[in-house]
Design a protein around this ligand. Structure first.
Ligand SMILES: Cc1cnc(Nc2ccc(CC#N)cc2)nc1Nc1cc(C2CC2)[nH]n1
Length: 325
């Protein structure tokens, strides 16, 4: 197990298994939709409804064997990360775990609004206020993980789920399949992640750190505000070339109407040297995040309510009793 720990995987030794694994069929407790609504390389995700409560969940069915290798310890790692993150409202909740001879099934919180990726495809770009609100929620989730030395390593719009229809929704981070525990001095070097969002140190085969996530967040902010990826190329190889070239541009046709604050936020993250990038905590104090989000302060946001004197206020308020059927 120490080997796994070296690779940044959490094992039973480091996180007592407080998630009971059930061996009875999932269908005893849930009505499972036969058609998956999302597929990954090694997992399918099916909607399932609890027979007693009627609540919908997302059942992530992960195959235990990949190319004849037993990857159960990697699946247990994802379970431990989800368990460690159960107190963050910004991270998808894990409720139950089932196991069959071929699969481990994670019963996860259902985020009915689907992937942020869909919103970007449907809306092109979104307003700076919405982008900052989304970014703040993502940063709260990432700060929660980074406080625990957990790097997600696959932050991208496909792994950011909306709780209901955009824009009146909250956002949650999911998929800890390639996340790693970053422990001091352990140099993790693996090719991970998705081309457009992968950081230069990954491509230069240098140590992976929490700052690797901050690069992806910089790419995400660029995409939210322009509808385009900063390093996208015709081929995977070209994208990698652009990422390591260190050239970041804000084309006038894409960023003409974008605030200087927003561009500064992005430029403080898309820095080649990992240690020079803002941390998640620093991002939450950046003026671009603060400027939009302070205005959400209820006292300041509703100018048209006159602050009346008490008796005048009471005169205006009449209690309406509602018969609840
Ligand atoms: C409506 C919906 C539509 N599309 C996806 N896609 C998707 C994206 C990434 C991953 C990768 C993972 N994990 C799985 C599915 N998830 C949805 N709701 C979920 C999905 C979930 C849990 C995460 C599965 N809860 N609610």
């Amino acid at each position: 197990d120490s080997m796994n720990y070296q690779q940044g995987l959490i094992t039973e030794d480091h996180c007592p298994l407080t998630v009971p694994v059930r061996f009875q069929p999932l269908t005893d407790t849930y009505l499972v939709d036969p058609r998956p609504f999302a597929r990954g390389k090694f997992a399918t995700v099916r909607r399932c409804k609890h027979k007693e409560t009627g609540v919908d969940y997302a059942a992530k069915c992960i195959r235990k064997r990949r190319r004849a290798a037993d990857v159960r310890h990697e699946i247990m790692h994802e379970i431990f990360i989800l368990k460690l993150s159960e107190n963050s409202p910004r991270i998808i909740r894990l409720y139950e775990v089932y196991e069959t001879s071929t699969e481990v099934i994670l019963v996860l919180e259902m985020a009915a609004g689907g992937e942020l990726q869909r919103v970007l495809e449907d809306h092109e770009e979104i307003s700076e206020k919405e982008a900052a609100r989304i970014m703040r929620q993502i940063l709260e989730g990432v700060a929660f993980l980074h406080e625990r030395n957990i790097a997600h390593l696959d932050i991208k719009p496909q792994n950011l789920l909306l709780t209901n229809t955009f824009p009146t929704c909250d956002i949650k981070l999911c998929d800890f399949g390639i996340s790693r525990l970053i422990s001091k001095g352990i140099e993790l070097r693996e090719i991970l992640g998705t081309p457009d969002y992968v950081s230069p140190e990954i491509l230069h085969y240098e140590p992976i750190s929490l700052a690797t996530d901050m690069w992806s967040i910089g790419v995400l902010a660029y995409v939210l505000l322009s509808g385009h990826t900063p390093f996208g190329g015709e081929t995977k190889q070209e994208t990698f070339w652009n990422v390591t070239s260190g050239t970041l541009e804000f084309p006038e046709d894409l960023f003409g109407g974008v605030s200087k604050d927003a561009k500064d936020f992005i430029q403080s993250l898309l820095i080649m040297e990992p240690n020079e990038r803002m941390t998640a905590k620093e991002c939450l104090h950046h003026s671009w995040i603060k400027s939009f989000c302070d205005k959400e302060d209820p006292q300041r946001d509703i100018p048209n309510i006159r602050l009346s004197t008490t008796n005048e206020f009471n005169a205006e308020v009449s209690v309406v009793s509602v018969e609840v059927a």
